[in-house]
Design a protein. Structure first.
Length: 253
């Protein structure tokens, strides 16, 4: 039986842990060859082991998504090893949760560079290949916090809002090609980025009361949505942001 992503090649950023790691394993299990990239080499090695454990073929590349040169080198290495690129998952992200008036220039630049500029660099680098073959899937990871503001999260909110609009802009610019560009907006998911927010029982209770499904999401929940949008089953979904949040956005007042 043919697997869903047999003979497909996927690049996944931020693949050393969390959502990116889960996506890499799920893609590999479904037959894709994957390039995993991150600045965290120890985490990448763990992901590599997990991919190998499900029988997947994997290229490991250390990449700082703030660097155009490193991004382009990763794309070129993928083309050299696998011959093509079918799927890009722009998952690398970070946050700095401090009041707006206390945010310094360096932290602002860091958050915007990783969450927005890295997405720009990678998307621009893979599009010539996708356009030449008239096929491709780009899935960007935004956040429900790109659509609603949170206290102490103004720069994170800004970066994720920009990522959502970049998704729509790329989608429009890909008109006429069989290239789908979409986003997944996670709600509260247990990852390294949210670990501190979910560090005590009171905080967990606070968030559970806001989530109709009454549970915190897992990286696999988000990865499953990524794989759907990267599949041919989603070929008529374009420029859309899919909320994967347990219904959290339904409860806004």
């Amino acid at each position: 039986m043919c697997k869903r992503f047999e003979n497909k090649v996927a690049i996944i950023t931020g693949a050393a842990s969390g959502i990116g790691q889960a996506a890499a394993v799920q893609f590999a299990r479904e037959g894709a060859k994957v390039t995993i990239c991150d600045v965290n080499t120890e985490g990448l090695e763990k992901t590599h082991e997990m991919v190998a454990g499900v029988g997947g073929e994997c290229l490991v590349v250390k990449v700082n998504v703030r660097s155009q040169e490193e991004v382009e080198a990763c794309v070129n290495a993928t083309l050299e090893k696998f011959g093509t690129i079918d799927i890009l998952v722009n998952n690398a992200g970070t946050g700095q949760f401090v009041p707006f008036a206390m945010m310094d220039n360096e932290e602002y630049d860091r958050v915007m560079d990783i969450n927005v500029r890295g997405m720009f660099f990678f998307s621009r680098a893979v599009l010539p290949t996708m356009m030449d073959k008239d096929y491709g899937k780009i899935v960007n990871i935004t956040s429900i916090m790109g659509e609603v503001a949170g206290q102490g999260q103004s720069i994170y909110n800004t970066s994720k809002g920009a990522a959502k609009m970049m998704t729509q802009g790329i989608a429009v610019d890909c008109s006429g090609y069989h290239i789908n560009v979409n986003a997944v907006a996670p709600g509260m998911v247990l990852t390294g980025l949210t670990h501190n927010m979910l560090g005590d029982e009171d905080q967990v209770t606070y968030f559970l009361e806001k989530i109709p499904q009454r549970r915190i999401g897992t990286p696999d929940d988000i990865a499953s949505a990524i794989l759907f949008l990267a599949s041919d089953e989603a070929s008529y979904i374009h420029g859309t942001t899919l909320h994967v949040d347990g219904g959290m956005m339904c409860t806004r007042m």
